[in-house]
Design a protein around this ligand. Sequence first.
Ligand SMILES: Nc1nc2c(ncn2[C@@H]2O[C@H](COP(=O)(O)OP(=O)(O)OP(=O)(O)O)[C@@H](O)[C@H]2O)c(=O)[nH]1
Ligand SMILES: [Mg+2]
Length: 373
Amino acid sequence: MGLFSFFKKKKENQEPVVTPENQNVTTNIEETPKEEKVEVAEAEQPVGTVVAEEPEVKEITKEEVEQAKEDLDHGLKETKRSFFDRIAKAIVGKSTVDDDVLDNLEEILITSDVGVDTTLKIIKRVQDRVARDKYLGTNELNKILREEIMALLQENNSGDGSTFRIPEDKKPYVIMVVGVNGVGKTTTIGKLAYNFKRAGFKVLLGASDTFRAAAVDQLKIWADRVGVPVVTQGMGADPASVAFDTVKSAVAQDVDVVLIDTAGRLHNKVNLMNELSKIKKVCQKVVPDAPHEVLLVLDASTGQNAIEQAKQFMAATDITAMALTKLDGTAKGGVVIGISDQFKIPVKYIGVGEKMENLQIFDRQEFVNSLFD
Ligand SMILES: Nc1nc2c(ncn2[C@@H]2O[C@H](COP(=O)(O)OP(=O)(O)OP(=O)(O)O)[C@@H](O)[C@H]2O)c(=O)[nH]1
Ligand SMILES: [Mg+2]
């Protein structure tokens, strides 16, 4: 398959770059001056070697495709129930879509976390159809809503349902994962690593969340589970230095995909954003156009908060894609529609559970089908 034809095995060139966990690195993020020049100290005593395994493509089975659909349906259950129960109530005793029905629908959409702007667009579309057909029956409301939501997502081109792949000419393809604490960054990295590995790519993780004690260990657990190597310098190490080591090691080992975990919480927002731009800059020292992707992870169960976070991150750094996690077990899944519509940045992935198989490529058609079927 052409996609994987660019693999060149270069085992003898592997370069040891991992510093030992017990290296006493005491970089204090709080002390980092705002406009500090980026200087990266390379590991002085490289003693460990991270070896990224040669990839083996594993075809996705029919059962897995069915399971994924089931997971999505299951994940959207709460959202569906709250949404359609309320629509059903709103049209009780009504045979046509009148102003009353539209008012109720507006409220339902807004309180389903679709967001005000997107709701108004959807209502306008439904209104236009009512204007064309005054006797539009309430029994057709679901069908119309489905069509209009689908059309809205189509216009915005959100989620093309492609598979886990990376551009052939970008190697290593560096993905930096950002987002506030607890949204699911590390988990999403684990899931992405699993999927990229299955797709036949050689994966390397970088533990640049050195802020929290358990963060490095958590990423290591994911690395073990998936069977991919991870570059670490331990807690308190300079996140940019870890990123530098990771990308450098990736180049030396002919790695295809690098996934960099970052801290979700520093002492304040300015620090966090400075830290992210510092990580970016050091990646560019090794691979000039890296990071190729800055993936913003948002927790769908926080509804409108997720939209707020997206706005803030976008204002502060260049986000290129989004992942919406924890769609399972929340009634706020409508936020995916709002986010897809409002931001020009594509929602690329959705998380529908905690397991490594529970990350899906966002496919608007599948999503809308699952919501309405
Ligand atoms: N149900 C469910 N839980 C998820 C999903 N994604 C992540 N989680 C859970 O959310 C919790 C936080 O996930 P992490 O990956 O640690 O989040 P993080 O953004 O790395 O957090 P920090 O490192 O503290 O910034 C964990 O308990 C995960 O298992 C998902 O799609 N569904
Ligand atoms: Mg984390």
